[in-house]
Design a protein around this ligand. Structure first.
Ligand code: HEC
Length: 403
C-alpha cells in the first residue's frame, strides 16, 4: 500500500514538474521553437512560438514569457496588413486542441477566436494572405480557409502531400504557395489545385510572401530564392546556411528588407538587406576574446565552416562533391561540442590534411592566443546545453535550464 502511495506521489510530482516547466531566461535555453514573427512594437525583437508558450526575444538573447499562456504554440502567423494582429494555434497544456487564437496587442494577450472546420483545430501551417487580411489558410488534416478574418472556416481539399510550409500572396488572395518535400508548388485557385512553382523538384522547406510582391523560398541545394509576383523566375539570394534548413520566415512590417528565419536546428538568423546576408540572432553580448575570435574566424575559417559556424553549404562552387568531406558546422548543431577544449585546440593546431582531410593546420599561422580566441568564438555559438554538456559528458548529460 505504502509503495503504491509513494509511487502515486512521485507520479503526481513528475506530472506537476512536466506541466510547470522552468521559465527560460535566455534564447539558448528554449527548445521546440515552432514559429516566429517580428515584434510589431520593435523589429529588433522577435516573438517566438514555443512548446511552453509565447516568448519575446531580444537581440542579446534574453527572453521573456508573454501573457499567461503556457500552451504548446504550434503555429504563429502575423497579419501583414494589420501590425499588432497575430494568429496562433496549437494544443493546450491539459490536452486537446487550441483552435484559432488571436491577439490584437502584439502577442501580449490572446483570445480564442474560432474552432476552425471540424475543430477545435491544431493548425501546424497557418497563413494570412498579404493581399487580404480577411483571408486565412490553415492545415489541420486537410487544407481549410476563412474569408471572414478567421470567424468561420470551410474545407478546401487535401493539403499538398508532405507539406512543410504554406504562404499566401500579395498578388491575389486565391494565390497560395506550398513548400513540400516534393518541391515548391503554387495554387491559383485557393488551394484546390496545385502545380510546380519551380523547375527543380528538390525539397522546399520554406515559402513566405511579403506585402510588396516579393516571395521567398528555400530549396535544398539551391538556397534561399526570391521572385517578384506573379513571376516564377526565381533567383538565388543566398546559399550559405550550411547544414541548416530554414523552416519559417518573417518580414518586418515597417521594413521589407528586415527578415528573420528559424532553421530546423532551432537557430534564428536575421537579414537587414532583403536576404543577401545573414547574422545569428540572439547571441549574448560578446566578451573581448569572442570579438577577437570572430575576427580571426571571418578571416581564416568562414570560407569553409560558413558564416557563424553553420557548416559548409553543399552544392556551392568551392564545396567538395563528396558530402563526407564537407567542413562540419561548428555552431553546436554537429559534433564539435562532443570534444573537449583540448581536443578542439588540437584539431585547430594540427588540421586533418596529414590524414587525408581538408582541414588545414593552423599551428604557426595563428598564435596560441588567437587559437584560444577563435575557440571562444566557436563556443559562443553553442546553446547552453551544448556548453554545459561539452566533451565526454555529452553521452549522458541531464542538463536543465537555470531558473
Ligand atoms: C579548407 C577548408 C577549411 C578551413 C579553411 C578550415 N577548416 Fe576546420 N575543418 C574542415 C574540415 C573538412 C573538417 C573536418 C575534419 C576532417 O577533415 O576530418 C574540419 C574540422 C574542424 C574542427 C573539428 C570539428 C568537429 O566536429 O570535430 C574544428 C574545431 C575546426 N575545423 C575549426 C576550424 C577553425 C577554427 C578554422 C579557422 C582557423 C578552420 N577550421 C578552417 C575544413 C576547414
Amino acid at each position: 500500500m505504502r509503495l503504491t502511495l509513494s509511487r502515486a506521489l512521485v507520479l503526481t510530482l513528475a506530472m506537476l514538474w512536466m506541466t510547470a516547466p522552468v521559465q527560460a531566461k535566455r534564447l539558448d535555453d528554449l527548445s521546440h521553437l515552432h514559429g516566429l514573427a517580428f515584434d510589431p512594437a520593435d523589429a529588433q525583437q522577435l516573438l517566438l512560438a514555443t512548446h511552453h508558450g509565447l516568448y519575446r526575444a531580444y537581440p542579446d538573447g534574453r527572453v521573456e514569457l508573454l501573457g499567461r499562456a503556457r500552451d504548446d504554440f504550434m503555429a504563429l502567423a502575423a497579419d501583414p496588413g494589420n501590425p499588432g494582429r497575430l494568429y496562433a494555434s496549437g494544443h493546450p497544456v491539459g490536452g486537446g486542441n487550441l483552435g484559432l487564437l488571436r491577439s490584437d496587442d502584439g502577442g501580449a494577450s490572446w483570445t480564442k477566436h474560432s474552432d476552425g472546420h471540424r475543430g477545435p483545430v491544431d493548425f501546424h501551417q497557418l497563413t494570412v494572405s498579404p493581399a487580404d487580411s480577411n483571408t486565412l489558410y490553415g492545415v489541420h488534416g486537410t487544407l481549410q480557409h476563412s474569408v471572414d478574418g478567421g470567424d468561420s472556416w470551410q474545407p478546401v481539399g487535401p493539403a499538398p502531400a508532405k507539406l512543410i510550409s504554406l504562404a499566401g500572396s500579395s498578388h491575389a488572395r486565391e494565390r497560395l504557395y506550398a513548400a513540400t518535400e516534393a518541391g515548391l508548388k503554387v495554387s491559383l485557385d485557393g488551394g484546390k489545385s496545385w502545380r510546380a512553382a519551380v523547375m527543380f523538384r528538390s525539397t522546399a522547406s520554406l515559402v513566405q510572401a511579403d506585402m510588396n510582391g516579393t516571395v521567398y523560398a528555400f530549396v535544398l541545394g539551391r538556397g534561399l530564392l526570391s521572385t517578384s509576383e506573379p513571376s516564377l523566375a526565381w533567383k538565388t539570394l543566398y546559399n550559405g546556411f550550411g547544414g541548416h534548413y530554414p523552416l519559417q520566415m518573417t518580414v518586418a512590417h515597417d521594413d521589407p528588407q528586415r527578415l528573420a528565419v528559424l532553421t530546423h536546428h532551432g537557430r534564428i538568423f536575421t537579414s537587414d538587406d532583403g536576404g543577401m546576408s545573414w547574422q545569428r540572432f540572439g547571441l549574448p553580448i560578446p566578451s573581448e576574446a569572442v570579438v577577437e575570435g570572430a575576427r580571426v574566424y571571418a578571416e581564416y575559417c568562414t570560407s569553409c565552416h560558413g558564416v557563424a559556424g553553420v557548416g559548409e553549404t553543399p552544392g556551392t562552387p568551392t564545396a567538395p562533391l563528396d558530402s563526407t568531406k564537407l567542413a562540419p558546422a561548428l555552431d553546436g548543431t554537429a559534433h564539435a561540442w562532443h570534444h573537449d577544449d583540448a581536443q578542439l585546440r588540437n584539431t585547430i593546431h594540427e588540421g586533418s590534411v596529414a590524414r587525408g582531410g581538408r582541414m588545414p593546420a593552423w599551428n604557426g599561422v595563428l598564435s596560441e592566443a588567437d587559437i584560444g580566441h577563435v575557440l571562444a568564438y566557436v563556443k559562443s555559438l553553442w546553446n547552453a546545453r551544448e556548453r554545459a554538456c561539452q566533451g565526454a559528458k555529452h553521452m549522458n548529460c541531464d542538463w536543465q535550464p537555470e531558473d
